[in-house]
Design a protein around this ligand. Structure first.
Ligand code: UD1
Ligand code: MG
Length: 445
């Protein structure tokens, strides 16, 4: 079923107290406007139109296939939808109006509303029954249950304020009718705005069928300030964790694990407490992410063991069975199967061969203050503890680097390289040193 989604994103968002436009604030690592667009597309929208305030260039550059309509002045939700008239077109079809500040709406709910219009309703409203209905528009129903009007909280009588069924803000309608009704909407109300919700009473009075579907409160959670943003994040995280666990991921303390919505976590992965999985991660089957690890833009093969306290930055690409231990930071580095970096290491702009062992305290010195340089370490190489590898540098396969070395030139395969001053040892010197110090020091009382 074809339909167009009109996503309202022109509101001022003043309560966010931010220089970033509200629709670009992120939930689960993804901008809120992106969530609305994705949900509309997943429900089958063939076109998406975003209604923006003038000058929101930041949003415009980020939108790709979404058409843009500009609402010159923020005169209300009805005025915002009217601004999309040219972008939507007047062909007979179905349009659904959504908000860019309700990121948790599910595709199924959108599809259900569109289906009601396809089945003959003129308008279908997403309704919900919040614990606290204050602030929301109320659905006033007739004797037969049909929706007669939506009354905004500020305009509602005391009796209407006692209605628990509220407007979620999402509405599907037949396209030409939607715009025809909007032409009749006035701003004669408490806020002096053109309300989208007024089309319901206009439609009902003209004999059109207005219906509603009740959807879950968490889907409708609107983000107006940073507290709401945190609440939306919490609700989304709960969803993501549940989905991961249902797909076969073990979480010991799920409420402490935070993940971006695009995380791909395969079956039998174990995630210990206090782990953050940022955008662009794919974790292979059977891997273990130990406590307090932070991952972003990372691919892990099967059966890797990461952490505790590991930091994997974008471009970390580990094959099967890689081990990364505590206080290891990795960036833009490929690790071959079975490679190990178990303690206190920085690997950046590097390629580490299969089964290579990176000793504690190894640092790839990849940056000279101007450019970034690469380190290549061959299969099976052994890098002794506290080695500085000054890039660009290549360590051959199976080579051994002695602990404490600073390697500034390439080392061939199967060779041993050590860069270290000889130890000087003076017999009895320590005892003599103590004697002289004690003579100088006054006896203690
Ligand atoms: C709206 C509904 C209310 C519903 C509630 C659910 C109206 C009149 N009221 O109220 O019935 O219960 O949502 O959350 O529709 N926007 C524009 N241009 C404008 C004004 C708003 O693009 O001129 C956009 C905002 O960016 C936002 C959305 O429309 O994405 C909703 O606006 P908001 O001011 O939050 O409406 P509510 O007062 O919450
Ligand atoms: Mg709102």
């Amino acid at each position: 079923m074809e339909f167009t989604a009109v996503i309202l994103a022109a509101g001022k968002g003043t309560r966010m107290k931010s220089s970033l436009p509200k629709p670009l604030h992120r939930v689960g690592g993804h901008p809120m406007l992106g969530w609305s667009i994705d949900a509309a597309r997943a429900a089958g929208a063939t076109r998406t139109v975003a209604v923006l305030a003038p000058g929101l260039d930041e949003i415009q550059t980020w939108l790709d296939e979404t058409a843009i309509a500009i609402q010159e002045d923020q005169l209300g939700t009805g005025n915002a939808v009217a601004a999309a008239r040219d972008a939507v077109g007047m062909d007979d079809g179905i349009a659904i109006v959504m908000f860019a500040d309700t990121p948790l709406v599910r595709a199924d709910s959108i599809a259900a509303l569109v289906a009601k219009v396809a089945d003959g309703a003129a308008i279908a409203v997403a309704a919900f029954e919040p614990a606290d209905p204050a602030g929301y528009g109320r659905l006033v129903q007739g004797a037969n249950g049909a929706v007669e009007r939506i009354v905004e909280h500020r305009d509602a009588t005391e009796a209407q304020q006692r209605i628990g069924l509220c407007n979620g803000g999402i509405m599907a309608a037949r396209t030409p009718l939607l715009f025809a009704l909007l032409d009749q909407v006035t701003n004669d109300n408490a806020k002096g705005e053109y309300y989208l919700t007024d089309i319901v009473a206009l439609a009902a009075a003209a004999g059109h069928k207005v219906t509603h579907t009740v959807i879950d409160e968490t889907e409708i959670l609107g983000v107006n300030d940073r507290t709401d943003l945190a609440a939306a994040e919490a609700a989304l995280q709960a969803r993501l964790r549940t989905a991961a666990m249902q797909a076969g991921v073990t979480m010991i303390a799920p409420e402490t694990v935070f993940m971006a919505a695009d995380a791909v976590i395969e079956q039998d992965v174990i995630i210990e407490p206090h782990v953050v999985i940022g955008s662009g991660c794919h974790i292979g089957e059977g891997s273990i992410i130990r406590a307090f690890s932070h991952l972003e833009g990372t691919r892990l093969g099967t059966c890797c063991i990461i952490g505790p306290y590991a930091r994997l930055r974008p471009g970390t690409d580990a094959d099967d069975g890689v081990k990364v231990g505590n206080f290891v930071e990795i960036k833009k580095t490929k690790l071959g199967a079975g490679a190990k970096a178990n303690h206190l290491t920085y690997l950046g702009d590097a390629t580490i061969g299969a089964e290579a062992n990176i000793g504690a305290g190894t640092i790839t010195c990849n940056y000279d203050g101007f450019g970034k340089y690469e380190t290549l370490i061959g299969d099976g190489a052994f890098i002794g503890s506290n080695t500085a590898l000054v890039a660009p540098v290549t360590i051959g396969a199976r080579a051994i680097i002695g602990a404490g070395s600073t390697i500034t030139r390439d080392v061939g395969p199967d060779n041993i390289a050590v860069e270290r001053a000889n130890t000087s040892e003076k017999a009895g010197a320590a005892a003599k040193f103590r004697e002289t110090r004690q003579k100088k020091t006054k006896p203690r009382r």
